[in-house]
Design a protein around this ligand. Structure first.
Ligand code: PLP
Length: 437
């Protein structure tokens, strides 16, 4: 039983309006998109904000404190992921930015799987080589081995945990395969780090990318951790102040180390809150942490499986130990309509769409947008039960309110729910981009 959240999160008791005019507790089942901030992270933000000032640029006391907070975060994050002595911790805008940085430093071709988020597909460009995954992880590892054996590659880039199904890959085994052929392993840890302890040194991961906003910190800072040689040899990720030691009108001399790739004023609040969040994750007892999530996942999957027509998506027949991400479809039901109903009539927040993983959905034969429920340290049995009950009610008797298609999107007809004045309703098409399509 997970009656209680594992860690307190901000917004855990947020009240949101329903279409019938009542209010209910917001049931956040969209952690995989952006997780709520931990309460201790928010407390740290309040502590830090008065000192918020320029980083690496000021002699004032507040600037010095902000600079220390920023650089100390580098140490904390490096330790948290088991960085080795020659590893660098480079702060980026998010995972997408971190993987784009990685793509710009790889001295050769990259091999990747067809199950990836677009952030771990598109940066590899025209020289990237895709391995089409098989029905089992065991066979997929063999396909990766064969690809690397046939033709060398500089990098193998894989997801740690799928943002569609939550399934995890055996990273140590992949590192062993890659290293056998002189290939480095990069892990897209966006969905893994918020759910599992990851250790570069122990698992043989050469590069790890992840985002603060999925790991219980606000502001969306990201990070790339890994060997310094490629990072120092490559052109700077961004050109501008902070990355250089000297500049004339004819030439510039660039720094080595993380500063080489971090030009411009850094996101000190994003980075400091990311560090505070991972400190909290580090304190968790692993058995308790994983059991909390596994129990919630089973409860949700078991509950949804009892509902007529629900198909829960899965990539591999032999996967074990998935994280708290569950995608599903209901035959003949628009996921946009269902997601809108869940919000309007139950106060439940889920994700609908193709999850920025279009090739994976095509591979799984999912032609229409699907739904995704995702959860974590702030989630409880009540959250899982609410979703099962709401989906069951939809299946049994349909929505109670009126919905209409506007610009191709399902919306509540005459939606009466108020919005804060600073976040007005700008219409149904605002806020849904390509990944939702
Ligand atoms: N990789 C995976 C597996 C993801 O789930 C996401 C975001 O959903 C990303 C990469 C991109 O992360 P970000 O939006 O923080 O750049």
């Amino acid at each position: 039983m997970s009656d209680c959240a594992l860690l307190p999160v901000v917004g855990g008791d947020l009240q949101v309006p329903l279409v019938d005019g009542s209010q209910t507790r917001y049931i956040n089942l969209d952690y995989a998109a952006s997780a709520p901030a931990l309460q201790v992270v928010a407390d740290h933000l309040v502590e830090l904000l008065p000192f918020y000032a320029s980083v690496h640029r000021g002699a004032g006391y507040a600037s010095q404190v902000s600079t220390s907070a920023y650089e100390n975060a580098r140490v904390i994050v490096g330790q948290f992921v088991g960085a080795r002595l020659n590893d660098e911790v480079v702060f980026t805008r998010n995972t997408t930015d971190a993987l784009n940085l990685l793509a710009s430093i790889v001295p050769g071709e990259t091999v990747f799987l067809d199950i990836e988020h677009h952030a771990n597909l598109l940066p590899w460009g025209t020289t990237g080589r895709v391995v089409r995954s098989a029905d089992t992880i065991a066979e997929t590892l063999e396909l990766v081995r064969a690809e690397l054996a046939c033709k060398p590659a500089a990098l193998l880039a894989v997801t740690g945990a799928s943002n569609v199904t939550g399934e995890t890959l055996p990273l140590r085994a992949l590192a062993d395969i890659a290293h056998r052929f002189g290939t480095r392993l990069a892990v897209d840890g966006a969905q893994l780090v918020p759910h599992r302890r990851v250790n570069l040194a122990f698992e043989g991961i050469d590069y790890l990318a992840f985002s603060g906003h999925k790991a219980y910190a606000p502001f969306g800072a990201g990070v790339l951790v890994g060997h310094s040689d490629w990072l120092d040899a490559a052109p700077p990720h961004l050109l501008g102040g902070g990355a250089v030691t000297s500049v004339t009108l004819d030439e510039a001399t660039f720094r080595t180390g993380p500063a080489r790739h971090e030009a411009g004023s850094p996101n000190v609040l994003g980075v400091a809150t990311l560090a505070r969040a991972v400190q909290e994750l580090e304190k968790l007892d692993i058995a308790t942490w994983y059991a909390h999530e596994a129990q919630l996942r089973s409860r949700l999957v078991d509950g949804l499986s009892t509902i007529d027509g629900v198909r829960i998506h899965r990539i591999f027949e032999d996967s074990v130990d998935p994280v708290g991400v569950v995608s599903f479809s209901i035959e003949g039901v628009s996921s946009r309509l269902l997601a809108t109903y869940l919000s309007a009539e139950w106060g439940i927040g889920v994700r609908d769409g193709k999850f920025c993983a279009h090739p994976l959905l095509a591979k799984l034969g999912i032609t229409e947008p699907a739904l995704r429920a995702s959860f974590g340290a702030g989630s409880t049995d009540a959250d899982a039960d609410a979703l099962v009950e709401a989906v069951g009610a939809f299946r049994a008797s349909g929505p109670r309110s009126e919905y209409e298609l506007v610009d191709g999107q399902w919306t509540v007809a005459g939606d009466p729910r108020p919005r804060p004045a600073w976040a007005p309703d700008l219409g149904p098409s605002v806020g849904f981009y390509g990944c939702a399509a």
